[in-house]
Design a protein around this ligand. Structure first.
Ligand code: ADP
Ligand code: MG
Length: 239
């Protein structure tokens, strides 16, 4: 993944997002309501009914996707709690297993036993979910998702790698831009915007590398809290 490297530092205008998001939800809901009204007509033939129902379902899915990608984001406060990062990674991987199985995607995790960090558990969960969901959605025809957590001295890195179609230089430069999506009606273009802004708020960094035809890797690094032993050693030095 040497080509197309980008360090993402984009996040302007995130404040106005709330208003924009409710707009994004209102549109498909209004459309859905319209189709419900059409369906109230009992003169419809089977074909029309099926068509309206499928559009209705699609519109509701769009609204749900916006909420899913944006879930914890509307709350600007970052909680500070200590939690085990590994547990969160494991939970997210578990919740995505049915989606992966349906698309013949294998998931491999390489995780240390536990890694305590301080930050917002819910929001971090949302980040992991948004990145892994993208990876699964990219591998429509199967593949491999590898999730690895690497512990360094004062930081921990979460590496999420897929064998999907990858992104071009132009595409990778645009990720995280509000509403940038290549998925048409199935995308919101909000997932990575939310990710970048949360990671920044948690004093972390995020990098993405991608190569067309090979896949994509996202790397999130977050500060760890020193373990008890390190704290003791440090205080010994200063005594
Ligand atoms: P959405 O998933 O709704 O399209 P995101 O902000 O989550 O919005 O992602 C933006 C775009 O970035 C996607 O539409 C896709 O083009 C690209 N992308 C993100 N992750 C990957 C990935 N793992 N592989 C290929 N393309 C990706
Ligand atoms: Mg997404």
């Amino acid at each position: 993944f040497k080509n197309h490297k980008v360090e993402t530092k984009r996040l302007e205008a995130v404040e106005q997002m709330g208003a924009a998001i409710s707009h994004e939800i209102r549109n498909p809901l209004t459309a859905a309501l319209g189709f419900v009204q059409l369906l109230e007509n009992d003169q419809l033939n089977e074909e029309e009914r099926e068509l309206y129902l499928s559009i209705l379902k699609q519109e509701l899915h769009s609204a749900e996707n916006v909420i899913q990608d944006y879930l914890t984001f509307s709350d600007p406060n970052i909680e500070k709690e200590k939690f085990d990062l590994i547990q969160e990674v494991t939970n997210v991987v578990h919740s995505l297993k049915p989606h992966a199985q349906k698309n013949e995607i294998r998931i491999i995790t390489v995780l240390p036993k536990n890694v305590i960090i301080e930050g917002d558990r819910q929001k971090l969960r949302q980040c992991l979910m948004n990145i892994m969901k993208n990876a699964l959605e990219a591998m429509e025809n199967g593949g491999l998702l590898k999730v690895k957590v690497i512990l360094h001295y004062s930081t921990v890195t979460i590496r999420i790698k897929d064998t999907g179609p990858g992104m071009t230089k132009e595409q990778i430069e645009r990720i995280g831009e509000p509403y940038y999506s290549t998925k048409g009606d199935r995308g919101t273009g909000l997932g990575l915007m939310v990710v970048f802004s949360i990671i920044r708020a948690m004093n972390g960094t995020i990098h993405a590398e991608s190569e067309v035809g090979k896949g994509t890797v996202f790397e999130i690094s977050l500060p760890t809290i020193p373990s008890d032993i390190e704290i003791r050693t440090m205080s010994n030095i200063y005594i």
